[in-house]
Design a protein around this ligand. Sequence first.
Ligand code: ADP
Length: 487
Amino acid sequence: MEIIHVSAECYPVAKAGGLGDIVGALPKYQNELGHVAKVVMPMYKTKFLLDNVWDVVHKGRTNIGDYWFDYTIIKEQTNKLGFDLYLVDINGLLDREKVYGYDDDTERFTAFQVAVVDWIAVWAHHPDVIHVHDHHTGLIPFIIKHCYKYQHLHKIPTVLTIHNAQYQGTMGWDRSFLLPPWDSWKWGMLDWKNNINPLASGIKCAWKVTTVSMSYLDELRQSANGLEALFEYERGKCMGILNGIDTEVWDPQKDTYLQEHFSVETVTEGKANSKRRLCETFDLDFNKPLIVFIGRLVGEKGADILPAAISDSYYYIGRKMNFLILGSGFPDVETQLASLQKLAQKDYSVYIGYNESLSHLMYAGADFLLMPSRVEPCGLNQMYAMRYGTIPMVRRTGGLKDTVIDYGEKNGYGIVYNWASVGDITHGIWRAVDLFEDKEKIMEIREKMMRLDFSWQHSVQQYLNLYEGLLPEKEAVPEAESKPDKK
Ligand code: ADP
């Protein structure tokens, strides 16, 4: 099968969160099973772009409304990521340093999607599946089905994977001119609550929709930032497929960001070395448990209640643990977390910003990873943590619910609580401090977690089965042709 993944992010080219990790890994594993999976993404001004050599494979010209633009498709020469990587260069719109966060993101990602379809439209053959990811590429199923210029592509099966339904790319109907001329009878395929909603459109028009965990799909029917009824209505075409992790990148035995490597056999010493490094850098106490948080400092991740939970823990439990926070997001949360630093007694530190290398060291050196998420479509951090022998402390929601079992239950290994509330988090922290005293139990849990299999193997097969169900039935070969006469 030839599968084209279209995405706004792909690790290590450009990553803002989990979407990048998934699109950087899934195609690689699909290729390993003998398929041809390719990735198409915007050409941002990234280090990866500058450090690699590119071939120009196509030049085209198209438009969003009155704005005509030239676009160029370039391909990385060596296939070093394990799949063909294509970047779409649209001068002035995509060639910027950040992935998101510009006032004209609507125009940027609409132009990107139109350019991708415009390019595929001139191919001599059709790919077997176009697999789009999140709202930034959610209009592609509509464009293929209902824009006159691209009608000849309408038989290509499309799959939409929802990594995060909170963000939907909503735009007013006054922007409808950005799309290539389309069948106006089909306006309902773009509309949700009187706006054009690319994520809703993707759910309506894609042949199949997947979410990145089973529990997240269930939860979306109750809470989906306004799309609950749509998920209920379209439940027949939706399925949950749990993300895997890239076990080559995230491997404590050869992680290129780590200076000391370790395996299940050497985990105690290996983690201690990384913890020591962290404690020296951030002025923390090596002998106390190290509880870390890594992620976007937004409400979805429960980051807004972290400052109160940390203060309450110090107050009620005592200064028996270290906290180290890595993230960026809401300025208010950043300020509150930074101001806690003033009261630190060698037991608290924060790094505001994005730092891939530090995140790896934290997964390796921490004793516990805190994830008090309100919403967690899958969550990768807890899986990375477990692979590095770090005990996850998670709220029972979405993918966290599907991947972590409380250590008090049969075969359990994590700390699980029900609510993203200060009380529940503080209680979880108290349990962590208590557990840390029991070195034998910690060792047993670390070993158990490090032996868990979160690789892509199972999920990749589920995606392939899904695509196969969308392919046209193979035409039966006439009897005479299939059995040549051997006379
Ligand atoms: P999200 O909802 O942000 O996509 P995921 O759990 O799916 O959450 O993925 C988060 C990914 O982003 C992980 O690889 C995590 O290590 C990484 N990450 C998040 N914030 C930071 C940061 N500030 N610095 C480094 N890595 C980060």
